[in-house]
Design a binder for this molecule. Structure first.
Ligand code: SF4
Length: 167
């Protein structure tokens, strides 16, 4: 196959991941897919998107979109694994960008902290909830609760350009 054809057929390999959160940005994303799927499927490879497919591959992602805050060691481990397997990582929604509202227990009083301690142990939760940037490098952010659609489209288009795909 000629070099030019390879470049033309190149797609942005993306992943979509959810941690501790209500997953409303995933709903916004699926709604956007209703409108943009045809156009995006020409330039985007939905390599790891559980709402779309059963078999997902983590290795070799171009961009990982990550929503939610990190509330346990297991989630931290998974996030580090995602970071290792993607070139760019985008924080999706307020919980991923700032920790809150998912991280509201970080602000609990000492008494309240004591009251919920058994739950944290029972469900293997960490003492504090973290925004993504506390644990890994974040290359771009899409704030909002749920995520701001225009900003998401802007970041996705920017990534397509950065990776030399599309316009
Ligand atoms: S930012 Fe808002 S919409 Fe997104 S996971 Fe957190 S609470 Fe839910």
């Amino acid at each position: 196959m000629a070099k030019k054809e390879v470049a033309e057929n190149k797609k942005l390999k993306i992943g979509w991941f959810s941690f501790s959160c209500c997953e409303d940005s995933t709903i916004v994303f699926t709604e956007l897919l209703n409108d943009h799927f045809e156009e995006w499927s020409k330039v985007v490879d939905f390599q790891y998107v559980r709402v779309l497919r059963k078999k997902n591959k983590l290795e070799g992602l171009d961009v990982a979109f990550v929503e939610g805050a990190i509330a346990s060691d297991r989630e931290k481990k998974e996030l580090l694994e995602i970071r290792k397997n993607c070139k760019k990582l985008v924080a999706i929604g307020s919980c991923a960008c700032t920790g809150g509202p998912s991280a509201q227990r970080n602000m609990f009083s000492k008494e309240l902290e004591k009251e919920i301690e058994f739950l944290l142990r029972k469900f293997h939760q960490s003492d504090k909830v973290h925004k993504l940037e506390d644990l890994v490098r974040v290359d771009a952010k899409v704030p909002g609760c749920p995520m701001n659609e225009e900003k998401f489209l802007e970041v996705l288009n920017k990534m397509l350009v950065e990776f030399g795909i599309g316009k």
